[in-house]
Design a protein around this ligand. Sequence first.
Ligand code: BES
Ligand code: ZN
Ligand code: ZN
Length: 485
Amino acid sequence: MEAKLTNKSPESIKTDALILPFTTESLKKLKPKTKLEKIIKQVGDDFKADKDQILSLTGLGLNAKKVILCGLGAEKELNPERLRRSLSIAIKSLNVKSFVISLLNVNLSIKDKITSATETVVLSTYNFDKYKAKKDKKVPVKEALLAIKEPMGKYQTLVKESQIICNNTNFVRDLVNENSEETTTLTLTNQAKALAAKYKSVRIKVLTEKEIKRQKLNLIHAVGKGSNYPPRFVILEYRGDPRSKEKTAIVGKGITFDTGGINLKPYGSFLEIMRNDMAGAGTTLGIIKAAAELKLKKNLIGAMPFVENMIGPKAYKPGDTFVSYSGKTVEVLNTDAEGRLVLADAFSYIIKNYKPARIIDLATLTGASIATFYEYVAAMLSNNTKLSNQLQNSSRNTGEQIWEMPLYEEYKALMKSDIADIRNISRERFGGLISAAVFLESFVENLPWAHLDIAPTAWSSKGFYYNKMGATGFGVRLIIDYLKK
Ligand code: BES
Ligand code: ZN
Ligand code: ZN
């Protein structure tokens, strides 16, 4: 799928479909001059440009076989995310090879219009239908033209960049949607290897099970014990700014399937979507790949512990204490709180061996975050207001919604163990979103750190605007936006 700019007047283009966005005000103010505009005026009450409303017009005898009127709602509520959401409805209604979006009368900055439209085109035309004999769409979309008035030259790179970024969102969606028997610790490692082989700017380190054991990454090792797929700890290094020593570490939870282990997940606890538990690591891989393709001027570490949390005779057991890579001992009271264990060792290892300036982790960490946010917002917990503010700003730009929760002191007591330095679940039933983050915080050695609990947003149960049902690829656009600043 390719998005392209055009300076042609939208009405003059021969196309299967022309999408025309309006706010309620811009529709009212329309002074009909062309044939199409006169038709639109005659539509009357059937289309008022309400939020999310679309109206499809055919048989008009125009260059476009079909015209989709696309409602943006009130002018004062218009922003890039509003445009993305409305356009996604129009795009999803189509079943054509190519279409045109007119951006001429949308009252946003030209940059915002072009990026939002490109993003929506790439994200909304994504389908995971490889296991369907009868595909959802008869024809895959080949091309979308974005009609603008401004000279195109200086905006072409904007289209290219948005396309690279969103293709990586789709790359992550594919990794997460695919069967856990396909997206294993080993195939994910191969994906990372392929990336490092392709780009000179990317280096890779792979720790096999033997090395994980030898290096005393005992928490990663413990979680991986029950699986037929041995754990791998993969670290990608992207060098985009050789003049600087500063590196930002992105750490992703990479549980390729989370059964809960001996504390087996019961029915009703999302067991059937637990291949989604590597979404954080998938996103980390997508971010490094996007950075390499964009030649982003930043230095990055992408750390991905790939581990499957299985039940079986070799699985680690509740009640056992393990010595983490940092030396801190951890009493495992629930084998289903495994994400924080692999992340803890990953943090300690990269802090010691790569010396990052800051850490951002992405993890489908708790059901408690879903209890709070359902599927609409990812939880952010951070020890650094500058970092959390920057991420919150990027969230506003990309429409990937995050919200900060507090790491107040009183939660620390909940994670005190009687026999070890820390326990892996809280002493109390409630507050699980924050106590999980408190556990992670105790391994970041006071580096600036932000934790994104993406359990709510990594998976969409019904589909939501430009996210289809299933994996969303949440976080690629957000983190790339943050890194660009
Ligand atoms: N992977 C789960 C969290 C999760 C739940 C992600 C639902 C996506 C959808 C995580 O490993 C987990 O099991 N967390 C437990 C922690 C508890 C045992 C303290 C949870 O949230 O129930
Ligand atoms: Zn779990
Ligand atoms: Zn998990």
